[in-house]
Design a protein around this ligand. Structure first.
Ligand SMILES: Nc1ncnc2c1ncn2[C@@H]1O[C@H](COP(=O)(O)OP(=O)(O)OP(=O)(O)O)[C@@H](O)[C@H]1O
Ligand SMILES: [Mg+2]
Length: 245
């Protein structure tokens, strides 16, 4: 079983959008996926309820924030959405079961400060500190016409955390959320302009799924290495022009 949690104490940073897309990507690979929602608002659960039967199947798992326990046996892949303000003992319990934690990172100084707090707290947990639970971040709602991607890449480098790409700001994501869909439910030719933003994250997910559980002090995956040389990753973003009105 692989457990991937999406965490950032900043509300509205894109956790549910990222969690649902990760779950849908894994489902599109034919994986048996469970999307767990620790959030009292249950955004991911609502998204699942809107999802048509013709879409790749994702199982739901509603979890009480204070009573998070080991995911049900027999499930192969688990993706966990968490609420804004999630920290402390509840977050530590999630980290005890997670193989990887993805932090969505929105541009803006207060957003970066909140993300830094989350990263600091997560690194104080043994499973993260020993490298058994991987920690990466992904830029969200990035305007490709600005220097936001470069700023996020520099910030990630200063935090010593791999940045696995920047997801551009696009109405397509809000529309997907409203319909229980993700980009990965469309023919790739229809959404290819957006899919380029997901390349590094998708490669990383493939690596995480195929990797044996990370050993203490284990090496970075290829995608994490690429993401850690943030100047290399950052280079590709400013040239991505947001073609959406
Ligand atoms: N790449 C994007 N482009 C445009 N809008 C986006 C993008 N990603 C997310 N959004 C929108 O931003 C808002 C917040 O996203 P989301 O609900 O995923 O955040 P969240 O971190 O789960 O919020 P909360 O902390 O309230 O649970 C939503 O309206 C969503 O549709
Ligand atoms: Mg949410």
């Amino acid at each position: 079983m692989t457990v991937i949690a999406v965490v950032n104490r900043k509300g509205g940073s894109g956790k549910s959008t990222l969690a649902t897309h990760i779950a849908a990507y894994l489902a599109s690979l034919g994986e048996d996926v469970m999307l767990g929602d620790v959030d009292r608002l249950q955004s991911s659960r609502l998204w699942l309820s809107l999802r048509g039967a013709e879409q790749a199947k994702i199982h739901g798992w509603s979890i009480d924030e204070d009573k998070f326990a080991r995911p049900p046996a027999g499930v192969r892949q688990v993706v966990l959405d968490t609420p804004g303000g999630f920290h402390g003992f509840s977050l530590m319990k999630v980290s005890m079961h997670a193989d990887a934690i993805v932090i969505p990172l929105t541009p803006g100084v207060f957003d970066r400060m909140a993300a830094a707090e989350s990263i600091k707290e997560l690194r104080s947990f043994p499973r993260v500190a020993t490298g058994k639970c991987r920690l990466v971040c992904v830029g969200m709602r990035v305007d490709g016409r600005t220097g936001q991607a470069t700023e996020l890449a520099a910030w990630a480098q200063s935090q010593d955390i791999p940045l696995l790409g920047c997801i551009r700001m696009a109405q397509a994501y809000a529309r997907c959320m409203e319909r229980g869909l993700s980009l990965f439910d469309f023919p790739s030719t229809k959404v290819e302009q957006y899919l380029t933003d997901w390349e590094v994250l998708k490669n990383w997910l493939d690596e995480v799924l195929s990797a044996a559980p990370a050993a203490p002090g284990s090496h970075l995956t290829q995608s994490e290495r690429l993401g850690q040389g943030s100047s290399k990753v950052g280079m590709s973003y400013p040239v991505v022009r947001n073609s959406l009105a």
